[in-house]
Write a protein that binds this ligand. Structure first.
Ligand code: P6P
Length: 336
């Protein structure tokens, strides 16, 4: 803290680093580098409508989606920032078909692996809806100095060193956890710093918000259909005044539910039989945050963080958020 009663992200990281005797600063520098990239992307996102960088870049990414120019900018920003920082040996990006061993001067000896969704929800850019960056940090498994490989990246959520997200919304916030709770930092553009604004975030155990694309309702598993019917029943005994809130931008839906409570569901659908959301780039990092804040996250049959990844872009169904709400959805899935 200082006379302005502000703890910046950098100060917080250093404070927390002191709690780890073995920490030599590499991880702190890596988190700082992510914060720097996020500030630049925030600047680009906030002027998107002004510099004609809106609209489709014309290329199609590995997910078969039109790629907006901001996706490219955000992806390249992380590649260059993390390459220059030297703490990361390999980057896996939702925008890239394969893993990217980084080519910075010191990257080959980097101790860490980063999985990133540089700009999730980018189809919302043109309509000014909040979008986000999602990141995961692992320790490399291969020997420093050797060529990093896919096994360095395909690690379960139980092996995470840290994970978090940046939401580019009414304000830009960075929310992350290193496994000891969740803290949120809001960007103060007047000083160009992320400032601690949401210390030790805990998500409500129960709440009344459910987030799901009900346009998929006819093609989702029966148990989820049962839940969606259940929340709509007029049952005075339990006074269930549920509210449907679905933005269609995972970081925005997740962040609202994290702070207010709620359940986010993206189940298997006919179009996406394994679910739409990516295990490595969306589900693992957000599940880590959900659990660190006291919530829960499952495929409906398996804890997301227990899944041993098999493919870089594999997708899984996800039910995440307030513990009691997640349990209710699972209860209905398991009813025969
Ligand atoms: P749907 C955005 O494209 C995204 O990957 C997530 O951010 C979001 O939660 C989901 O897809 C929305 O998908 O099928 O409801 O439009």
């Amino acid at each position: 803290m200082n006379e302005f009663n502000v703890t910046t992200l950098g100060q917080f990281i250093i404070q927390k680093q002191q709690e780890y005797t073995f920490a030599k600063g590499e991880f702190s520098r890596l988190l700082r580098d992510i914060g720097i990239a996020a500030k630049v992307i925030s600047r680009e996102v906030n002027k998107a409508g002004l510099t004609q960088i809106l609209g489709d870049h014309g290329s199609i990414n590995v997910q078969g989606e039109d790629v907006k120019k901001l996706d490219i900018i955000a992806n390249e920003m992380f590649i260059s920032t993390l390459s220059a920082g030297g703490e990361v040996c390999v980057l896996a990006s939702e925008e890239e078909d394969t893993i990217l061993p980084l080519k910075g001067t010191f990257s080959k000896n980097g101790k860490y692996v980063v999985c990133i969704d540089p700009l999730d929800g980018s189809s919302n850019i043109d309509v000014n809806v909040s979008i986000g960056t999602i990141f995961s940090i692992y320790r490399r498994l291969s020997e420093p100095g050797t060529e990093p490989n896919l096994q360095d990246v395909l690690q379960s959520g139980n092996k995470l060193v840290a994970a978090g997200y940046v939401i580019y919304g009414s304000s830009t916030m960075l929310v992350y956890s290193t496994g000891n709770g969740v803290n949120g930092f809001t960007l103060d553009p007047s000083i160009g710093e992320f400032c601690l604004s949401h210390p030790d975030i805990k998500t409500p155990t129960d709440a009344k918000i459910y987030s799901v694309n009900e346009g998929n309702a006819i093609e989702i598993p029966d148990g989820v259909k049962k839940y969606l019917d259940w929340v709509k029943q007029d049952d005075k005994a339990t006074n269930r005044p549920y509210s449907a809130r679905y933005i269609g931008s995972m970081v925005a839906d997740f962040h609202r539910n994290l702070l207010k409570g709620g359940v986010f569901i993206y189940p298997a659908t006919a179009k996406s039989p394994n679910g739409k959301l990516r295990l490595m780039f969306e589900c693992i990092p957000m599940s880590f945050i959900a659990e660190q804040a006291g919530g829960k996250s499952t495929t409906g049959s398996e804890r997301i963080l227990d899944i041993e990844p098999s493919e870089l872009h594999q997708r899984v169904p996800v039910i995440m958020g307030s513990e009691n709400m997640v349990n209710k959805v699972v209860e209905m899935i398991n009813q025969n």
